[in-house]
Design a protein around this ligand. Structure first.
Ligand SMILES: C[S@@+](CC[C@H](N)C(=O)[O-])C[C@H]1O[C@@H](n2cnc3c(N)ncnc32)[C@H](O)[C@@H]1O
Length: 233
């Protein structure tokens, strides 16, 4: 069985059993290989928009003798996937802006998926806002630590209900609080440190935009409040 590391393992487990998922931006194809070897899926489509990563994926798939179960395709986002071909999409390791753009460009395919498992590397607030404003329900979220970094994984599904969310929960998913994620405490500490640097940088800047500064300052206070509430509330 391939060893794929804690981040990819958690992504695969959050997907759960499904008949034919697609891993968009597969790079090394570790997730598709794991999904087949673990018996979670019978076939997987793996895509990437660059030839280099696809060649790497091909070598790994051949090494594990899974060329008959994992189909590789070159292309942008969900475009290489036919309508109704895949029941779930994994999009991991890209920025939240790119993931939102990929979903938006093929929103009808995304709407039909039984599960979207998304792991934004940064700007996850942009992705949450896109999902909630476009009728995708965030079913759950989870944090995972891998090589010292903490990553957020989001599972979503279209239900047609548009939602709004407050600034704190756009940045730190509400489900992480609801689930009392074991890494939330440490994650909040890290995010507060980063947000403090952002606010301090703005405070010292002569070209400060007061509106933007007030927004970032407010977010920092909300994060601190949420952190305190972990211990008191
Ligand atoms: C940092 S790697 C992440 C690989 C893997 N998904 C993971 O989480 O470890 C990002 C991959 O996404 C691919 N990629 C970026 N934008 C893409 C797009 N619009 N469509 C398909 N693949 C894309 C890149 O070529 C790269 O191989």
């Amino acid at each position: 069985m391939i060893n794929i590391g804690s981040r990819l393992l958690k992504i695969a487990r959050m997907l759960g059993k499904c008949s034919k998922p697609a891993d968009i931006g597969t790079d090394h194809a570790y997730i598709p290989i794991y999904l087949i070897q673990s018996g979670m899926c019978s076939s997987v489509v793996a895509t990437d928009n660059r030839k280099g990563p696809l060649m790497k994926a091909e070598r790994n798939i051949e090494k594990h003798r899974l060329s008959d179960r994992i189909e590789l395709r070159l292309g942008d986002g969900l475009k290489p996937i036919q309508e109704d071909e895949c029941d779930a999409f994994i999009i991991a390791g890209m920025g939240g802006v790119v993931i939102a753009e990929i979903l938006e460009a093929s929103v009808e395919k995304a709407k039909k998926a039984e599960a979207l498992v998304l792991q934004p590397a940064y700007y996850d607030e942009v992705l949450r806002e896109f999902l909630l404003h476009n009728g995708f329900r965030i079913e759950t979220e989870s944090l995972v630590k891998d090589e010292g970094r903490i990553y957020t994984i989001i599972k979503a599904r279209y239900d047609g209900v548009t939602r709004s969310e407050d600034i704190l929960h756009l940045h730190i998913g509400r489900a992480l609080f609801d689930n009392r994620d074991p890494l939330l405490n440490e994650f909040l500490e890290r995010r507060i440190r980063i947000q403090t640097r952002i606010v301090e940088g703005m405070r010292k800047s002569v070209k400060r935009d007061e509106q933007v500064y007030a927004k970032e300052y407010n977010l920092l206070n909300k994060m601190k409040e949420a952190y305190d509430n972990l211990f008191t509330g």
